[in-house]
Design a protein around this ligand. Structure first.
Ligand SMILES: [Zn+2]
Length: 288
């Protein structure tokens, strides 16, 4: 568990510390863009991401919603996955995001152009998306092609299409507008709720207080823990495959597991507990 949670953190830290990002040297980068055959998670919810960087397609009678796209080069792979499932990328009407980092929002400009989708982004992350990362409080540099935001959302706002509604929960800290989403889904005929957790990673170098670019990071992060604990989390999903044991659950699913392996409230709670523990460790070190 530790290594899987740690890998994306190390990768991001490596990019933050080197003057010129050298993608080949980033741990886990191979997995970030390694294709994974797309599959149905539940009802109208499909997985279309890589082996590590998640992307989810929510299908409705009025068109589809895409949550995240991975690193910039994953864009065509995501669209191939959509097609492989029998859907038309042009039916993607809305593009939403977990957070404005290059490994999740990377191909948004390309995906917008290819699909014509409207892009809906949180108030805290919208400037980062529109600057390709240059206005990020931590990275301060362009790391992906900028993309125009069509609608800015705040905590509790909803995104609806064809009778399907996602609710945005701002769970800031990892980024200023880190957005977790809830979605009612039907699993094996039962009403369940999916929770897509943004990220509870505190990158090496993050400061809980005193960062002029993000002075209230620690308070936001603590509130995000409480926000996530208050959500019903039947289907546990997140921005990195490693956070949710994606590959193991997918294999179990394909092997014919009796109950949907993505139904994992205990794993969800463990992930939030892990995030809270990392906050307490940083607090114990004086918040730096
Ligand atoms: Zn991130």
């Amino acid at each position: 568990m530790f290594l899987r949670l740690f890998a994306p953190l190390v990768a991001l830290a490596a990019l933050a510390l080197v003057a010129t990002p050298a993608p080949a040297a980033v741990p886990g980068e191979d997995l970030w863009s390694e294709p994974l055959a797309p599959f149905k998670i539940a009802d109208n919810l499909y997985y279309v991401g890589s082996k590590e960087l998640t992307a989810f397609l929510i299908v409705t009678p009025k068109g589809d919603i895409l949550l995240d796209g991975g690193v910039p080069k994953n864009g065509p792979m995501v669209l191939d996955n959509v097609r492989a499932l029998g859907f038309d990328p042009h039916d993607i009407k809305i593009l939403i995001n977990s957070h404005a980092h290059f490994d999740h929002a990377g191909p948004f400009a390309m995906l917008k152009q290819a699909t014509g989708a409207q892009m809906v982004i949180s108030r805290g992350d919208a400037p980062v998306i529109e600057s390709g990362g240059e206005t990020d409080f931590f990275f301060h540099k362009r790391m992906f092609p900028p993309a125009k935001v069509d609608r800015v959302i705040d905590d509790g706002d909803t995104v609806s299409l064809g009778g399907v509604t996602l609710t945005a929960h701002i769970t800031a800290g990892h980024t200023k507008g880190c957005t977790s989403w809830t979605l009612p889904v039907t699993v094996d005929g039962q009403a369940k709720q999916a929770l897509f957790i943004c990220s509870l990673t505190l990158l090496p170098g993050y400061r809980l207080t005193g960062d002029p670019g993000y002075p209230n990071l620690g308070a936001d992060f603590a509130r995000s823990i409480a926000t996530l604990r208050a959500q019903r989390c039947d289907l546990f999903l997140a921005s990195h495959g490693g956070f949710i044991d994606l590959l193991k659950k997918r294999e179990a699913m394909l092997a014919g597991a009796k109950t949907n392996p993505f139904i994992d409230p205990a794993g969800c709670k463990a992930y939030i507990d892990h995030g809270e523990a990392s906050l307490h460790r940083l607090e114990a070190r004086g918040g730096q």
